[in-house]
Each structure stands twice: as C-alpha cells, then as structure tokens.
Write a protein that binds this ligand. Structure first.
Ligand SMILES: [Zn+2]
Length: 256
C-alpha cells in the first residue's frame, strides 16, 4: 500500500474521530496533520496526537478567530505554542482572511499572522497557511519574511499566483473537492508534482457537494491527480509522500 498523507484536517469537528482514523489507516494514510484554530482546538489537537499514532499536531490561530482575542490572550497563546515546540510538527492553521473580515480586522489579523510567522521561523517549524481572499498579500508577506517551509492550504488565488508560490518553493495542498472543482483540477495539472500535497480540511470540502470529508479520502485525491497528470497512482503517492517528508520531517534543521 502506498503511504498517504493528509496535511490539513480539523479532527475536533469530526463526529466519529476514532472511526475516521481507523478508516484512514486502512486506506494507507500514515500521517494526518490535525490543525488547531484557537485556544481550545489547539489543546484538543495535542490530545488527538497522544491518542492516535498517525495524528501529528499543528497548532495556531485561525485569522477570523484570532482577531476576537485581546493582545494579552494572543501573547499567552504564542507562549503556549512555544512551550509545545518539541511536540508540534508545524504552526497551523494561521494566515490571512479577506472574505469573512472587514478591512480593519484584516489588518489586525495580519499583525497576528506576522507574530506567528516570526515564532515559526524562530522555532524552525513549517507553516500551514490559510489565505482566502488575500492570496497575493499572503504570498508577498511570506516572501518578505523569507518563510521557506510553507504549505498553502486550499489555495484559491488562481494559477498565476500558484505558479509564483511554486517558484518561491511553497507547497500547495489539494483538497478532495478536486473531484468536482475544475479550479483544483487545473492546479493539480499545472503545478509540478514536486510542489503538491494532499489534504482534506475535514470535515469540509468533501468530494461531493454537501458531503463531509475525512482523512481516508486523500486516496481519491491521489487517484484524481494521477489521472490529470497521466501518471501511475503509486508514483503520485510516493512523490507526495516525499514532498511531505521534505517539508515536515527532514527539513527540521532549516528555517521554515
Ligand atoms: Zn482549515
């Protein structure tokens, strides 16, 4: 069985998490990166990683949630993230949000994102980035801050910006909605396999509209990418697993 990875899931939002993890293992998934979004899910994510062998924790502050916290609360959570540096595999979910926040709040979210990026660089962790509606700003900021190990999750900024991200060495993780979403299909076709990863954003972005996703479904994404690139599934899976290793495991000594 080929090793599969899900680099972005919200396990605390899945009803039958233990069953979903079992199904993922049966499908060949060897790593599910559970992403925290706020103070409570960050702690839940760490709990899941203690409970399930294939679950790796990423903790962070989702931009739309982060702006509701006071400066003091933000600093306290940054301290918490730092205190877990030996347990976590990445900082995520962090980033910018252009659709759900008005402009003043977008600026506040940007300030928090910069703090999180600085911390990631300091403790040498990769970052899993949300960029909805502010994709160009997000890429410029990551470039400016010289972030290296970057995963742009569910990147919706269009092919040209995706190519820029690729040139900068960033990774693009493809959700299982690729089965119904022409844009993700074009992303998978156009971006080189060496810059692609698979994710589910579980329980969101299922393969069919309105259907929930779970980590086992990365298998379908691999099948779809293989079809679009005219490659063997095994070859796609192995390459994506190697990309995962480069970003999350081998690169520990590099800056993010
Ligand atoms: Zn997410």
């Amino acid at each position: 069985m080929n090793p599969l990875v899900d680099v972005h899931a919200h396990l605390e939002l899945i009803d039958d998490c233990a069953d979903a993890i079992r199904r993922a293992e049966q499908a060949g998934v060897v790593s599910v990166i559970a992403n925290g979004m706020d103070t409570s899910s960050n702690r839940q994510v760490l709990g899941f990683s203690n409970k399930f062998k294939i679950v790796k924790p990423a903790i962070g502050l989702y931009p739309a949630d982060a702006v509701t916290l006071s400066d003091e609360e933000i600093n306290r959570e940054l301290g918490f993230i730092r205190s877990k540096e030996n347990e976590i595999i990445a900082l995520g979910e962090i980033g910018l949000e252009g659709k759900r926040l008005e402009e003043g709040m977008q600026q506040r979210a940007k300030g928090i994102f910069v703090k999180l990026l600085r911390l990631a660089i300091e403790i040498r962790k990769p970052v899993i980035v949300h960029s909805r509606g502010l994709e160009a700003e997000c890429i410029s900021l990551l470039e400016e801050m010289k972030a290296k190990r970057v995963v742009l999750h569910c990147f919706c900024g269009g092919i040209e910006l995706a190519r820029k991200a690729e040139r900068l060495g960033f990774m693009l993780s493809i959700p299982c909605s690729i089965s119904r979403d022409k844009y993700f299909q074009s992303l998978a076709r156009e971006i080189s396999l060496s810059h692609l990863l698979t994710e589910t954003d579980s329980p969101f972005l299922g393969p069919k509209s309105g259907m929930k996703s779970e980590p086992a479904m990365v298998k379908r994404t691999i099948e779809r990418i293989a079809e679009l690139k005219g490659m063997e599934e095994g070859e796609v899976a192995n390459n994506i697993y190697a990309n995962y290793g480069r970003v999350f495991e081998n690169g520990k000594s590099n800056n993010p």
